[in-house]
Design a protein around this ligand. Structure first.
Ligand code: AMP
Length: 394
């Protein structure tokens, strides 16, 4: 995929109406109160730039999964309120997405003002990327700005479809994602190392396969390590294992050998008899029949940290163990620390690895934490992301 895309700084915005796809999919409590406004805060640099340049902004987003019809529970009203507070201007919320109210408010919005459309997923046409719906949405504006990296791997009307009808560029969030990750994939500072962990091998099949073409070393942790260890005919006790992925695991290790890519598996483990937050960790090299591995052990931490010290670029996706249990968080914490202290370009995939880096206090020491879990995995798989491919090249 070509990562060299036009940004909001490459086009003239004064007096233009800009349809901006944001990611306002914020967590809320039962009463609808926003429990973390990070995604709204992160959208501000792009929105402020557009407003300062004299654009009239028509923002849109999805929130939750409303299944193609209006549902008060998924209204963007709380987002409009928070966005007004953060921007210090009145944000008007439209009662619909492409209906009369949206058309009237979009027609009336002036340079330096912002209106917010209702949840785009109130229409089933959104996720079907219906061309008529995309055309109606596009008719509200003069230019399209995509800044929702987290949905850029989806070909939806508001993430890709509208680009058939409007000149399309990216905002600052997507610009950073493709700059940092694109550079790592195309022209990394070496050694280029991937650290992959988390629950399942099956989630990362494409990622491992693609990264074997690009990296100098792949480091495996988390539950997925046990499928690889078993594939090497070593004992894993009652650790999580995907029996149907053993052949694939062998194939990947063979591919690594033939390409000269170092493929590192844990050499010791923090185990327990049960999957239990209160269980006391038992460190071992060979896992007993009644034990399950829940974290990488101290020798593995030392081995992996040495690899990280040699690295020029590190991409990390997936925790090294059950970091939600304090007794089994040490592997993930130590690897995060090694990464934070290394001079390497450090890139953390979204989702659980981003949550782990934040929860363990290392988030601000990383070069880049992706704002999209699924989207960053697809980038690492080498797939084309429709919400990025549709943007104009430089
Ligand atoms: P993922 O969503 O694939 O990144 O997986 C993250 C989840 O994997 C976290 O909730 C971890 O608790 C879990 N996990 C990591 N290591 C292990 C392990 N050794 N056994 C069971 N679950 C694990």
């Amino acid at each position: 995929m070509d990562y060299n895309k036009k940004t909001i700084e490459d086009i003239s915005l004064s007096g233009k109406k800009a349809l901006v796809r944001c990611d306002f999919n914020v967590p809320q409590d039962d009463s609808g109160r926003i429990t973390a406004d990070k995604r709204i805060v992160e959208s501000l640099p792009t929105l402020k730039y557009l407003l300062d340049q004299g654009a009239a902004v028509i923002a849109c987003s999805h929130l939750g999964r409303p299944k193609g019809e209006f549902n008060e529970k998924y209204s963007l009203a709380p987002v409009a309120t928070r966005l007004s507070e953060l921007l210090g201007i009145q944000v008007k919320l439209c009662r619909d997405v492409v209906g009369q109210d949206a058309q009237e408010k979009a027609a009336a919005v002036k340079p330096g003002e912002l209106v917010l459309l209702e949840n785009v997923r109130f229409h089933s046409e959104e996720t079907k990327n219906d061309p008529e719906f995309a055309k109606k949405l596009a008719s509200l504006a003069d230019v399209f700005v995509n800044d929702a990296f987290g949905t850029s791997h989806r070909a939806h009307a508001s993430t890709a479809g509208v680009a058939d009808y409007l000149p399309a560029v990216c905002g600052y969030l997507i610009q950073k994602e493709i700059k940092v990750m694109g550079q790592a994939l195309d022209n990394p500072k070496r050694d280029f190392i991937a650290i992959l962990g988390g629950a399942k091998v099956s989630d990362k099949i494409g990622v491992i396969n693609n990264l074997l073409e690009k990296t100098d070393a792949i480091i495996i942790g988390g539950a997925m390590a046990y499928t690889f260890i078993k594939a090497n005919s070593e004992p894993i006790g009652i650790s999580r294992c995907e029996e149907d992925k053993l052949d694939y695991a062998r194939e990947m290790m063979d591919k690594a050998r033939s390409k000269g890519v170092r493929f590192l598996l844990p050499v010791d483990h923090a185990c327990a008899e049960k999957f239990d937050a209160g269980a006391a960790p038992v460190v071992c090299k060979s896992i007993a029949d009644n034990m399950m591995g829940l974290d990488i052990g101290p020798e593995t931490i030392a081995l992996y940290s040495k690899e990280i010290e040699k690295a020029g670029t590190v991409v990390w996706n997936g925790p090294m163990g059950v970091f939600e249990f304090e007794s089994f968080a040490e592997g993930t914490r130590s690897i995060a620390r090694s990464l934070a202290e290394s001079g390497a370009v450090s890139i953390i995939g979204g989702g659980d690895s981003a949550a782990a880096a934040e929860q363990l206090g290392f988030a601000d020491k990383m070069t880049h934490i992706s704002t999209g879990g699924g989207a960053s995995l697809e980038l690492l798989e080498g797939l084309t992301l429709p919400g990025i491919a549709c943007l104009q090249g430089k």
